[in-house]
Every structure is written in structure tokens, then in C-alpha cells.
Design a protein around this ligand. Structure first.
Ligand code: NAP
Length: 250
């Protein structure tokens, strides 16, 4: 079976490609560097020709509100019609838990991506994940003012990229759900406490301040703004185990 992974060189994409290549599949890792650009449309038609499954794991180079919305709308507008024309039988995309009930510019862009998929007529599965453990440093940096990192005590349940990729690969090989699957990490705790534990573990001297008014990418974070409300599949790797396995993150 031919499986195209758009964003196949990224954090989740490269891990997903590696897992799928263990099976007897023709797996194409597509990205601008390999001549497949979903924003310009370059190479998209050729990449998806003959594919049964397309997994979209691309991400916008800019997280600025307007740029990220434009990225996901333009990419969907190029990729999905090409898949329809090629007769692709399953479109899988990685989205984010709570994007329909927590407001920020990045989440609005991901919601736009989901809506294009749902309207496309292509059989699909959307996987909504919580934030990746690999993203903790980026979160700390984006919430820092000098040596102080201000974060909400809202609940947080980060998941390791390896756990995400395992689910993405499994979902891609299963029948389309025409719906949403939610995944999250094995541990749930206040946002400020998890980031404080991470910074301490990696000997980052910045101080984390619990601040209920602190914004996450510009949006308010209430107690359950970022965690699944219903049933979610849980990853196996918590923060301590992830740090043990990835000492270079420290
Ligand atoms: N960060 C989180 O905590 C989180 C949580 C839930 C869901 N997600 C979602 O997970 C997905 C994957 O994230 P990630 O962290 O693995 O991304 P990443 O490491 O930043 O990788 C992005 C990938 O997208 C490719 N790409 C960029 N522009 C492209 C274009 N115009 N056409 C085709 N491919 C393009 C990149 O290719 P090059 O290598 O050539 O640049 C790269 O392969 C994203 O959709 C994100 O919204 C993220």
C-alpha cells in the first residue's frame, strides 16, 4: 500500500515514517525539501498519485495568527482536491485537543484545517493530541519574561512524540473513522507544575510563576481548557521516562 506522509521529515512525521516502513508499505516522506509543497502546490499531485492513505503532519513555519491560518487553509485547499482526484481512501491528520473550546490564533487555524477535511468528502480520521513533551521548552520560552515563566495552573497532559507517532501509524492502517480520536499523555497536572518540573530536570534556572491570568498563545486557560473532556487514548511515556530516554533534551 502506498502511504504519503506530508511533513514526513518533521518531529512526528519522521517517527511515523520509520514505524510504517517496518511494514511492507511504500511510504513516501513528503516535504518541501523533497519537492512536495502543499502551500505552493508543487509536487502534490505527483506525490499523492496511486496513494491509498495520506497522512498530513505538516506544520506552519510561522505561528503568527494570520500566517498560520493562511498556511493550513492554503495547504488544505491544495492537498485535499488532489487527494480526491487521486481517489485516496483515507486522509489522516494530526490536530489538537480542545481547539473547538479554547481560543487562540493557532487553534483557530487547526480548526479551519479540520473543517476543510470534514467537508472534503474523503474518508478521514482526525487525531487530536495534547501538547508534545518535546514542545515544553518552546512553551517555556514563549511564556518567559526574562527569568520568569508565567503559566496558568490549568490542567496539562503532555504526550511524547513517540507515543503520538505510534497512534498515527496505527490509525493510518485502520479503517477511516470519519471522526475524531483523542490522545493524551499518561500524567495530568497543573500546567505551571509540569513546566517547572521540566525546567528543574534540565537545570534551566528560570522560575515558573503560577498565574491564572497567564495566556497560552494569546488565549485564556481555564482548568480544563487543554485536556480531553471525554475518553482519550493515553500514551505510555511520562515526563520522567521521557527525560530518561532523551537526555539530549536536558
Ligand atoms: N506541538 C504540539 O504540541 C502539537 C500538539 C498537537 C498537534 N500538533 C500538530 O502536529 C503536527 C506535526 O507537528 P510537528 O511538531 O511534528 O511539526 P514539525 O516538526 O515542525 O514538522 C513540520 C513538517 O511540515 C513540513 N512542512 C512545512 N511546510 C510545508 C509545506 N509547505 N508543504 C509540505 N510540508 C511542509 C516540514 O518540512 P521541512 O522539514 O522540509 O521544513 C516538516 O516535515 C502539526 O500539524 C501540529 O499542528 C502539534
Amino acid at each position: 500500500m502506498k502511504i504519503v506522509v506530508i511533513g514526513g521529515t518533521g518531529l512526528i512525521g519522521s517517527k511515523t515514517v520509520a514505524i510504517l516502513r517496518q511494514g511492507a508499505h511504500d511510504v513516501v516522506a513528503a516535504s518541501p525539501n523533497s519537492g512536495v509543497n502543499t502551500v505552493t502546490g508543487e509536487g502534490v499531485k505527483e506525490a499523492v498519485a496511486g496513494a491509498q492513505v495520506v497522512i498530513d503532519l505538516a506544520n506552519s513555519p510561522s505561528f503568527e495568527d494570520k500566517a498560520v491560518l493562511e498556511f493550513f487553509e492554503t495547504a488544505g485547499g491544495n492537498l485535499l482536491p488532489a487527494e480526491t482526484a487521486a481517489g485516496v481512501g483515507h486522509h489522516v491528520a494530526l490536530s489538537i485537543v480542545a481547539i473547538d473550546r479554547t481560543d487562540n490564533g493557532y487553534f483557530r487555524a487547526k480548526l479551519a484545517q479540520e473543517k476543510l477535511i470534514e467537508a472534503s468528502g474523503i474518508p478521514y480520521t482526525i487525531i487530536r493530541s495534547t501538547q508534545f513533551l518535546e514542545f515544553l521548552r518552546g512553551i517555556a520560552d514563549s511564556s518567559a519574561d526574562g527569568n520568569v515563566v508565567r503559566l496558568s495552573p490549568g490542567l496539562f497532559q503532555p504526550i511524547a512524540a513517540g507515543d503520538v507517532a505510534a497512534v498515527v501509524a496505527e490509525v493510518a492502517l485502520a479503517a477511516p473513522r470519519n471522526g475524531i480520536v483523542e490522545i493524551a499523555g499518561p500524567e495530568r497536572a497543573p500546567f505551571n507544575e509540569i513546566v517547572a518540573s521540566y525546567l528543574k530536570a534540565v537545570s534551566d534556572p528560570r522560575e515558573v510563576v503560577r498565574d491564572p491570568e497567564a495566556r497560552y498563545f494569546g488565549g485564556r486557560v481555564e482548568e480544563r481548557s487543554l485536556v480531553p473532556l471525554g475518553e482519550a487514548r493515553l500514551g505510555h511515556i511520562g515526563l520522567d521516562e521521557w527525560l530518561r530516554r532523551s537526555p539530549t533534551k536536558a
